[in-house]
Ligand binder design. Structure first.
Ligand SMILES: NC(=O)c1ccc[n+]([C@@H]2O[C@H](COP(=O)([O-])OP(=O)(O)OC[C@H]3O[C@@H](n4cnc5c(N)ncnc54)[C@H](OP(=O)(O)O)[C@@H]3O)[C@@H](O)[C@H]2O)c1
Length: 340
């Protein structure tokens, strides 16, 4: 089979190489999927830039989410069978014509959904669901800020917050993205290139702040977010995009910009900071991942979750697709498709 290997850290144009390798075999509890489409995630960009310590050593095959047809199941797999059309979270290895993964990270694609769209359900929508439904319990009327709301995870968070009847604030960096946020039901879209989100929140809430923040920007954004929380507020930190394009000094500064916190600060202000890493959840709590995936698929069946496809690229254009995601041009999910 063909697989796209990351052979070099750094710029996308020289980072990848297509190679022929043996097709993997499904072991106990695993499924083998003939991949029709695989998704890009911002973590792939971080891995390409050598900033993702969990990524396998180079040369390696990246890829967290695939959609395709099950061709083989290992012993003790009961939730899917050969011939099923599925979406699955892969622990790397997704940039390939076949991918093997844990059956518990695999779910049948909702009846009305195409394969490309379904790639968004596993990593991005599961992360959003885990953050918003398991780590934070959203209530009707809650004021919720979704940073980078036009992105993959951001889109899912907004859809879930809307379903929970929250008042939604969300940031993005272009006019087009702000229109997308409005069309998605965001009551308070904020262009972070022209407006300071902390000041905007202060003004709109009359100084009270918001109840929940989802932040994958990191650095100063977290410090300002923590200040923007109302009493009883929670900030969910699940990424550090701010660090992706910086040199070592910039990274150290961004790390310090997060701020320094003491439990007494949380207690006195009655605020909480929550960390989310789906890779840890997938590795250590596959049962939890399975629960999230089932909930996400069920919400997608009901139409609550409806991933947006930002752009579909042929696999040969992997470098262009990486640049598209890295340079903040994408909205929703970026998908790669194998050509027939
Ligand atoms: N912890 C976890 O388990 C987990 C799981 C999935 C994803 N994540 C994280 O969640 C975030 C979103 O992931 P995604 O795959 O859905 O990506 P995405 O949001 O679709 O794409 C990245 C977006 O982030 C925004 N951004 C903010 N600062 C940026 C920077 N310095 N460089 C580039 N983009 C920046 C840009 O949108 P605007 O310019 O409009 O803001 C950009 O379009 C990423 O940080 C990712 O690492 C974490």
């Amino acid at each position: 089979m063909k697989a796209v290997f990351l052979i070099k850290n750094g710029k996308a144009s020289t980072a990848f190489e297509m190679r022929d390798i043996p097709t993997p075999v499904a072991g106990a509890g695993q499924v083998l999927i003939k991949v029709e489409a695989f998704g890009l995630n911002f973590a792939d960009v971080m891995a390409r830039n050598g900033m993702y310590k969990e990524a396998p050593p180079i040369p390696c095959v990246l890829g967290y989410d695939v959609a395709g047809v099950v061709t083989e199941v290992g012993p003790s797999v009961t939730n899917v069978k050969p011939g099923d059309t599925v979406t699955a979270m892969t622990r790397f290895g997704g940039y390939a014509q076949y991918a093997v993964t844990d059956a518990r990270a695999t779910s049948k694609i909702p009846a009305h959904m195409d394969m490309a769209t379904a790639t968004a359900l596993t990593t991005q929508f599961c992360t959003a669901y885990f953050a918003a439904a398991e780590m934070v319990n959203l209530h009707p009327g809650d004021k919720v800020l979704v940073q980078s709301g036009a992105g993959g995870v951001g889109t899912a968070l907004i859809q879930f917050a809307k379903y929970k009847q929250c008042e939604i604030f969300s940031t993005a960096g272009t006019k087009e993205k702000l229109q997308y946020l409005k069309a998605s039901g965001v009551q308070h879209p904020i262009n972070y290139t022209t407006h300071d989100f902390e000041k905007e929140i202060k003004t709109i809430t009359g100084g009270k702040g918001v109840d929940v923040i989802f932040d994958a920007v990191g650095g100063k954004s977290v410090k300002k977010g923590f200040r923007s929380l109302a009493s009883g507020g929670r900030i969910v930190c699940y990424g550090a995009a701010d660090m992706s394009d910086k040199n070592i000094f910039g990274k150290v500064k961004a790390a310090l910009d997060f701020g320094i916190y003491h439990p007494v600060m949380f207690m006195m202000a009655s605020k909480a900071m929550i960390g989310v890493n789906m890779l840890r959840v997938a590795d250590d709590r596959p049962d939890m991942l399975q629960r999230c995936l089932e909930a996400v698929t069920s919400l997608a069946e009901k139409g609550v979750f409806a991933p947006t496809i930002g752009k579909i690229f042929p696999v040969a254009e992997i470098a262009i697709a990486h640049e598209f995601l890295e340079t903040r041009k994408s909205m929703g999910k970026v998908v790669m498709k194998w050509q027939e």
